[in-house]
Design a protein around this ligand. Structure first.
Ligand code: ATP
Ligand code: MG
Length: 240
């Protein structure tokens, strides 16, 4: 029997009356990496936003580790253990690295716990420790990525949703971010990763969903998806 951390069914949501995603589903297994791919503008980010409650679904259900979080606010969803790292590395530009981590950790009361979590994040990202007093807005793109990742790590969520972690990063930085994803996953973290960089995603994901025009198009393990040559060419513009 599969052990689902996230079970999304029939999710319909949008920004106006017209739905952007329709009847979308996803089953993400605990301690696995679930990948999501699809063409630009097909609704990948909207799907994640509807799951965490930034966009309110008009129908459907989101179950997180057995709890119904469908109509929860993003903050409530986070308290249940679902952390969302948005596309485009959103950090507080006018605050230092440490202040950013503090903002993220503001629900944690115990100073010893907070220090321990920061130490863990800095162990993963020594560069952030070196730059802990630097304003986040002046960090490089890769460093800002590390920071947004570290901000989620300090919360020790049950599951992380990552929206295009490789976007705009140099290959070495992409490698580093994906190594961290693998390390965290090996330590038991459940992850859902939206990614255009199919080459990298297919190496790490246990299961892949292909979306198209706000709907589920195909899903399977990476080997099955790679057999869908026409689909990959048509929707991703890649040579399978
Ligand atoms: N805040 C918003 N208000 C209105 N429409 C929006 C908003 N955000 C996104 N959309 C629209 O919803 C559709 C899906 O966008 P979304 O960002 O979910 O796509 P995506 O698959 O993540 O694309 P990309 O690969 O470019 O990140 C697009 O047509 C977009 O213009
Ligand atoms: Mg997007």
């Amino acid at each position: 029997m599969s052990d689902l951390i996230l079970d999304v069914r029939g999710l319909t949501a949008g920004y106006t009356e017209e739905p952007i995603i329709q009847d979308m589903g996803m089953r993400a297994e605990r301690a696995r990496i679930t990948g999501i791919i699809g063409p630009n503008g097909c609704g990948k980010s909207t799907f994640l936003k509807a799951i965490v409650g930034i966009v309110s679904p008009t129908s459907g259900q989101v179950m997180l580790d057995g709890s119904d979080v469908t109509y929860n606010t993003p903050f409530e969803t986070l308290k249940y253990g679902l952390a969302y790292i948005p596309q485009g590395r959103q950090v507080f530009a006018d605050m230092s690295v440490l202040e950013n981590l503090r903002m993220s950790a503001y629900t944690l009361r115990d100073e010893t716990v907070i220090r321990g979590r920061f130490d863990e994040a800095f162990t993963h990202f020594p560069r952030l420790y070196e730059r802990r007093q630097q304003l986040a807005g002046t960090l490089s793109g890769g460093e800002q990525s590390m920071l947004s990742f570290a901000m989620a790590m300090v919360l020790q969520p049950k599951c992380m949703l990552l929206d295009e972690p490789s976007l705009g990063l140099a290959p070495t930085m992409i490698e580093q971010i994906f190594e961290t994803i693998i390390e965290m996953n090996e330590a038991g973290m459940s992850m859902v990763v939206v990614e255009q960089n199919i080459n990298v995603l297919f190496q790490i994901a246990d299961y892949i969903y292909i979306l198209d025009s706000g709907r589920n198009r195909f899903d399977g393990n990476p080997e099955d998806v790679l057999k869908q040559e026409e689909l990959l060419k048509l929707y991703m513009g890649v040579q399978a």
